[in-house]
Design a protein around this ligand. Structure first.
Ligand code: NAP
Length: 480
């Protein structure tokens, strides 16, 4: 195994570690120190990665399910063996507090294990063709075949587990992958390549190209051998990719401004710790981060007071310190953007109940109340530790406000009334409804994805495999 120990990293193409012509410096979001020099792939490098993936296609397609499962189990084991090292990578490149980073590595391990299990469950169905006149005496069944070369583009915020959500199901279903991780978080994908190299993957089945999204994305879009683009990231980039992708299959896991509704008569003490975690975990840089809270007027004052009290306990600091809850945003530009959105809301009448300030890199957990629905902190994806808590006079009103969004990933409702819960489940226009929980809940085998500008298609291994395979129909005519 080639372990990339030095600061200067290489691309992983066709089973080889390859130098690039140019490099860019990767800086720590927390203290801006240099972490590594990252290769900037050019068009030719990306084409070579697609060549390699294309040549692995037949090998993977013919590989028995039990062998694909063993490879995925080996990848899971590789992460298990390097758990602490992997968590440190996440803490350094993404400024993810190391206790949260460990959680991500554990989930990554589980995601590859789920993929190993699902590899053995890919099957079609038999069809009663004789239900139609003229369909008698025919045996019909479907099979699911691998789609072909898959290009995976991933964001910075869960750089290990969201990669696992693409590489895991792709390998499980017999598809080679070219992976392009976010420029701020390439180290976790290069670690995956090292682990995969040892796991028994055929040469070319996984390729990792780092560099500029626009350059690499254009090669993916324009190469006919790429049959699917699986993208997780911001709506602007995802929608533009889809518009250019022609007949390629494109799945989009995009952003949101997720909300929870708090009905009257619920036990506020019981839900505050969870709501505070939902709003501020990983500095709010989670696609289902709790951004908007709509609280019934009967319990509103109590909710705000207790929420602020709890949020004050969060410890800010170095992501490598195990006691840190909140660390740096991914870039100083994001700190400036978050500050300007908060200021704008306050100038327009919102009340600042907590935070609102920052250092150059760390934005303080921030609570705003009485925020107009047109404010950016409410209607756009804030992706920072900022939460809006507004008063409503009924769940009915709250459902209208939750749905008044261009996004729709997940939403939650806390209520003691089963009819209210079921009514909300019917009427909330999102990909997933959480009853008596925050929207910030995900385990890795559940179907996950959004409506509206939150995306198209579903992940969660079994569901991603459906997207990554083509259904083929076979009809055996027994009439002659
Ligand atoms: P981003 O800026 O859209 O980047 C995502 C990926 O797209 C990166 O690898 C980026 O590469 C690449 N990219 C940029 N421009 C491209 C182009 N023109 N063509 C092809 N690829 C291009 O998103 P981010 O800031 O990393 O991540 C945050 C976003 O992801 C948020 O909106 C969040 O909600 C969303 N997200 C969604 C989910 C979900 O499952 N729904 C999960 C996590 C995150 P570079 O880094 O090189 O620019």
């Amino acid at each position: 195994m080639t372990t990339q120990t030095g600061k200067k990293k290489k691309l992983f193409i066709g089973g080889q570690w390859v130098e690039a012509r140019t490099y860019q410096s990767l800086k720590s979001p927390y203290d801006q120190s240099e972490l590594a020099e990252i290769p900037v792939a050019e068009k030719e490098d990306v084409t070579k990665a697609i060549d390699a993936a294309d040549s692995a296609r037949e090998t993977l397609r013919k590989m028995p399910a039990h062998e694909r499962a063993v490879i995925l189990e080996n990848i899971a084991k590789g992460f298990e063996e390097r758990l602490e090292f992997a968590a440190e990578i996440l803490a350094k490149e993404a400024a993810k507090p190391v206790s949260t980073a460990r959680g991500e590595v554990q989930r990554t391990i589980q995601t590859y294990k789920f993929a190993a299990e699902e590899a053995k469950r890919i099957h079609g169905e038999t069809l009663p063709l004789d239900a139609a006149q003229g369909g008698e005496n025919r045996l019909a069944y479907t099979v699911r075949e691998p789609i072909g070369v898959i290009a995976a583009i991933t964001p910075f915020n869960f750089p290990m587990n969201l990669v696992a959500h693409k590489v895991g199901p792709a390998i499980a279903s017999g598809n080679p992958v070219v992976l392009k991780p976010a420029s701020q978080t390439p180290l976790s994908s290069l670690l995956l390549a090292e682990i995969a190299e040892k796991a028994g993957l055929p040469t070319g089945a996984l390729n990792v190209v780092t560099g500029r999204g626009s350059v690499i994305g254009d090669v993916f879009v324009n190469d006919d051998r790429v049959k699917m683009i699986t993208f997780t990231g911001s709506p602007a980039v995802g929608i533009a990719l889809r518009n250019k992708a022609g007949l390629k299959r494109v799945t989009l896991e995009l952003g949101s401004n997720s909300a929870v509704i708090v009905d009257k008569e619920v036990n506020i003490d019981g839900l505050i710790p969870r709501c505070v975690t939902g709003a501020f975990a990983y500095q709010g840089q989670v696609c289902i981060s709790l951004q908007r809270v709509y609280v019934h007027e009967d319990v509103y004052e109590e909710y705000v007071e207790k929420f602020v009290e709890k949020a004050k306990e969060l410890k800010l600091g170095d992501p490598l310190d195990p006691s840190t809850d909140v660390s740096a945003l991914i870039s100083p530009d994001d700190v400036k953007r978050a500050g300007s959105w908060v200021n704008e809301a306050v100038q327009n009448g919102a009340k600042l109940a907590l935070g609102g300030q920052s250092s150059e890199t760390v934005f303080l957990p921030t609570v705003l109340t009485d925020v107009d629905r047109q404010e950016k902190v409410s209607c756009q994806e804030v992706f920072a530790p900022i939460v809006v808590i507004n008063k409503v006079s009924s769940v009915e009103e709250a459902i209208g406000l939750v749905n008044d969004s261009s996004y729709g990933l997940q939403a939650g409702i806390y209520t003691n009334d089963v009819h209210t819960a079921l009514d909300a489940a019917d009427r909330l226009h999102v990909g997933g409804v959480l009853i008596n929980d925050i929207p910030t809940f995900r385990v890795d085998h559940m179907p996950y994805g959004g409506v509206k500008e939150s995306g198209a298609g579903r992940e969660g291994i079994k569901y991603a495999i459906e997207e990554m395979t083509e259904m083929k129909l076979v009809i055996f005519n027994r009439n002659n």
